[in-house]
Ligand binder design. Structure first.
Ligand code: PLP
Length: 465
């Protein structure tokens, strides 16, 4: 394919995309297929000779969409959203067309300086202090891993980087029992070890399910007494399971008493902080050392774009940054080279979609969507609570709540029936030992009617159990 043909096919692809999105409500959200079914449809030996584009494109449109779970479906209420506003898709096309590597300032000056600008915009839009700087990662998992590596190295006086971990003291991390598995992964992969991630129990009768700050303090003191080295505290604003929010003011105060760095995982809920009325959920966040949130979840920036704000980037740069001769910037040593803040060297031009999105929607447009989602989630919660035999297990935190029937078996059977029905898509979690169904409202194109389909489908499926 040459660039003339690319232009022609891009038009075809854009037309196809428009029709695909227009027809999403007619599709089941999740395809009714079994593992291995799709591969059978495309099984073929490795192509030796070129194939005509017409045939490849036709195979795509005939086979692929029917075997996909449609994350942009307006009735996708599973996991968390992965919103892709059309304008962010357009920006991705343009970034793809240039296919630049934004690893150093000089390898992509516009990408580099736009990254700094849009991250300032987001910082201000979220109400964070102007002292925070930031970078863009692919995922919250990478951002949290980077924060944990930085905690490790700070605790080891940066000796782990050169001397390895074999003779180092036992490092300890602390997080709530509600923490996302990316924190467990960071503990594993950093060499600190999953057993050294101390899960702090929740505070009694806390409607936001915060970890207990007193238990956090006790755990740190016990580890110090045992000769261990506390390295840092990871806090959650909007945990994946039920939306748990740690009491940042109290927990960060405990961490500071012990001189420990803190990282706040607001991967999902961070987007909601563009609306000032939700900021009580992360009150005290300005005291954190590191904060991650994913514009690729609720905000509308096409996957992937995960933003990490840093009070002081120097500890992370000291941990992640390497400057071999072949990567030195010629004649401009004072510039920011974002690869020194992040794990990979090569970096995509992710700032472009944030620049397009924020300008085309404005904070006001994005805020209104999130406010609608939170309000509609509340209405759906009330309608589900009114269904016979249904119990709301955890109340909405932002737009996420959970419910169950009278036994785990019946709740699981209901979930299976709902997802086979296909009109909506929901997923499960375990809360206090109980199998519960999660509802999150956040898909970019959903309407109130889409959301109120949830109680309708639940009632119909429960009646058939
Ligand atoms: N943290 C929280 C609270 C999440 O909900 C998720 C994913 O849903 C993650 C971290 C991991 O995000 P990513 O897929 O960007 O690694």
């Amino acid at each position: 394919m040459n660039h003339d043909e690319l232009a022609r096919w891009s038009k075809r692809a854009a037309d196809w995309a428009r029709d695909y999105h227009a027809g999403l409500r007619e599709r089941p959200v999740r395809p009714d297929i079994l593992p291995g079914d799709f591969r059978k449809l495309i099984e073929a030996p490795v192509p030796e000779s070129p194939e005509p584009m017409e045939r490849i494109f036709d195979d795509f449109t005939r086979l692929v969409p029917d075997a996909m779970t449609h994350w942009q479906h307006p009735r996708f209420f599973a996991y968390f959203p992965a919103n892709a506003a059309p304008v962010s898709m357009l920006a991705e096309q343009l970034a793809n067309a240039m296919a630049a590597q934004a690893m150093l300032w000089q390898t992509a000056p516009a990408a580099n300086e736009m990254e700094a600008l849009v991250l300032d915009w987001l910082r201000d839009g979220l109400g964070l202090p102007g002292t925070f700087t930031a970078t863009i990662h692919d995922s919250a998992t990478t951002a949290t891993f980077s924060a944990v590596l930085t905690m490790r190295e700070k605790a080891l006086d940066y000796k782990g980087l050169t001397e390895g971990l074999s003779s180092t003291p036992r490092l300890r991390l602390y997080a709530s029992a509600q923490t996302h598995s990316s924190v467990d992964k960071a503990a594993r992969l950093s060499g600190i070890g999953q057993d050294n991630l101390v899960k702090i129990p929740g505070r009694a009768n806390d409607p936001l399910y915060s970890m207990d700050p007193t238990a956090l303090d006790d755990a740190i003191r016990a580890d110090l007494a045992a000769g261990h080295t506390p390295a840092g505290v990871i806090l959650a604003t909007g945990g994946t399971s039920i939306g748990a929010c740690d009491d940042l003011t109290a927990c960060i105060a405990v961490a500071k008493t012990h001189g420990l760095p803190t990282h706040v995982d607001a991967a999902w809920a961070g987007s909601a902080m563009i609306a000032p009325e939700f900021r009580t959920l992360w009150q005290g966040v300005e005291q954190a050392d590191s904060i991650v949130f994913n514009p690729h979840k609720w905000l509308g920036a096409q996957f992937d774009a995960s933003v990490q704000f840093l009070r002081d980037p120097r500890p992370q740069i000291a941990t992640m940054g390497l400057r071999p001769d072949y990567l030195k910037t010629q004649g401009a040593d004072e510039v920011v080279n974002y690869n020194e803040w992040t794990l990979p060297l090569g970096r995509r031009f992710r700032a472009l979609k944030l620049w397009f999105l924020l300008r085309a929607e404005g904070l006001s447009g994005l805020r209104q969507r999130i406010r609608n989602h939170v309000a509609w989630a509340g209405e759906a919660r009330d309608a589900i609570a009114a269904l016979p035999g249904f119990e709301i297990v955890t109340e909405p935190i932002l737009s996420l709540f959970t419910f169950a029937l009278d036994s785990d078996a019946r709740t699981a059977a209901l979930l299976e029936a709902v997802n086979r029905d296909g009109r909506i898509y929901l997923t499960q979690t375990t809360h206090e030992g109980r199998f519960v169904i999660r509802v999150q409202v956040g898909q970019f194109d959903c309407t109130r009617d889409d959301v109120m389909t949830i109680p309708e489908v639940l009632a119909a499926c429960a009646a058939r159990l």
